[in-house]
Design a protein around this ligand. Structure first.
Ligand code: ADP
Length: 465
């Protein structure tokens, strides 16, 4: 990545510098030649104005002014008679004078059109015009050697090339440093991730000055914490589950031995002992079912089998499962349920939600063994609120954010009578989130908790759908 970044940066800067240099190079040559043209035009026009139309002007005046320009501006000026003779000249006539004059005559467009012309000829920039001096017609000819411009343009261009080369070298170095700076935190992260993959969760992904990389490191730190938590939870679950499995198994074995050795022939004692065995076997079944359900729910939530059903009757049917507690364990259920309310949901999965919530209330309610179940229509919001309240210890605010996590079990309430895996509320959460139903808990420590779920009310009956 480092090399790749470096290559990109370097390529980009080289292109940039090359483009800028080329533009400067071109602009410079054009600017110089435009400036030379203006220069020679203004000298030529001044001389033309000075000479043209003058009568009785001493030649000396013309020679003086032409020489003045020749010295100060580096030009050559000639007043040429029509037969090609240089009448006044500031320099030696060049060796190819005839062809130079011939070229000039052909360019000056007839005597009547007194416009001056400017043109290149080899290394010279030329200005030519026609003038009448002391009643004689002449060509006025100003020449400017381009070599002066060319050499100054060359030296400027050499400067540009040198500057561009230095800039390219500097840009290579800067690109390298920059690429290093960007890729270093990513390299560090991948090292940290490799250590984490080997199971070392004590690692910390270092933050970086770039926002995106800092975000990535935050996310990785979060993922690491979650993985760590999940591993701890799983270890804890294994410990809990093996404890919970071992206890009923020990009881079953102990009571079976008792039947074999002591109570086999005593029908009353034998049936008491058999009941314990059956209860413990039931407890085991419940435990195993919970674990199986949790994985089934997480795996099979992609397909919700939604249909309209009578939530009122359905709630009653689930509550019936807890009837034996009223008869055998003195539990009291207080029910406030509106008649015939319908909703649209996956009936089987909602059954599990209601069952888990009521069974938690049963498990965690106070000594009065009271559980309050309500199902009420809320007309303003067109929904049905299911709520189950207990009178237990309640749930502290800190704990409330964890109870929905997989395998979370409060240390306080983990005592033997509550067979739990920490999966019940996680199953509830997964199912309700898949339905996009609102749900939650309100709790006051020492007074109890209320778990609630809001179902959408559907007025049409199943046969009308
Ligand atoms: P568990 O199998 O332990 O009941 P849950 O996922 O159903 O697992 O609940 C997770 C934890 O939330 C429980 O261990 C308990 O501490 C707490 N909890 C759940 N329901 C109640 C409740 N009605 N009152 C007090 N605490 C509760």
């Amino acid at each position: 990545m480092n090399i790749l970044l470096w290559r990109y940066f370097a390529f980009f800067t080289v292109i940039l510098i090359a483009v800028v240099s080329l533009v400067c190079y071109g602009v410079l040559s054009n600017a110089y030649s435009a400036q030379a043209k203006n220069h020679i035009t203004s000298i030529g026009n001044n001389l033309t104005a000075f000479v043209d139309g003058k009568v009785n002007m001493p030649e000396q005046d013309v020679i003086r002014i032409m020489n003045g320009y020749a010295i100060s501006e580096g030009i050559e000026a000639f007043l040429v008679s029509f037969d090609g003779e240089a009448y006044i000249a500031t320099a030696e006539t060049p060796s190819d004078w005839e062809s130079v004059v011939g070229d000039m005559c052909s360019r000056v467009n007839g005597w009547t059109d007194k416009r001056a012309v400017i043109y290149h000829d080899g290394n010279m920039l030329n200005y030519a015009s026609c003038v009448v001096f002391n009643r004689q017609q002449y060509y006025l000819f100003v020449r400017y050697p381009l070599s002066i411009i060319v050499s100054s343009v060359r030296s400027m261009q050499i400067y540009i090339i040198v500057i561009a080369a230095v800039a390219i070298v500097i840009s290579f170095v800067i690109s390298y440093l920059l690429a290093q700076r960007i890729s270093r935190p990513i390299k560090n992260m991948s090292g940290t991730a490799a250590r984490m993959a080997e199971g070392d969760y004590s690692v910390k992904f270092a933050s970086a000055e770039y926002q995106e990389i800092a975000q990535l490191s935050d996310t990785l730190n979060y993922a690491k914490d979650e993985m760590k938590k999940s591993e701890e939870f799983q270890k804890e679950l294994l410990a809990n589950v093996s404890h919970d499995l071992r206890t009923p198994l020990t009881m079953i074995k102990a009571y079976a031995s008792m039947i074999e050795e002591i109570s086999g022939n005593d029908p009353v004692k034998r049936s008491q002992h058999l009941k314990v065995i059956i209860d413990e076997a039931d407890r085991l079944t419940g435990l195993v079912n919970d674990i199986l359900n949790a994985s089934k729910v997480s795996a099979g939530l992609s397909e919700l089998n939604k249909k309209v059903f009578n939530l009122t009757e359905f709630t009653y049917s689930i509550m019936n499962k807890f009837d034996y507690l009223q008869q055998t364990a003195d539990y009291k259920f207080y029910v406030d349920i509106d008649a015939d309310m319908y909703t649209l949901a996956d009936e089987e999965k909602i059954g599990q939600v209601i069952y888990n919530l009521i069974s938690n209330a049963v498990n965690y309610t106070g000594d009065d063994k009271s559980v309050y179940v309500s199902l009420k229509y809320v007309p303003e919001e067109n929904r049905i609120r299911f709520a189950v309240r207990d009178t237990g210890k309640g749930i502290s605010e800190e704990e409330r954010s964890h109870i929905w996590d997989r395998y979370y079990r409060s240390k306080d309430t983990h005592n033997r009578p509550v067979k739990g895996t920490g999966l019940g509320l996680n199953i509830v959460k997964i199912i309700l989130q898949a339905h996009s139903f609102d749900f939650g808990v309100r709790s006051e420590e020492g007074k109890g908790s209320i778990f609630y779920v809001d179902f959408p009310e559907v007025s049409s009956r199943p046969d009308e759908v």
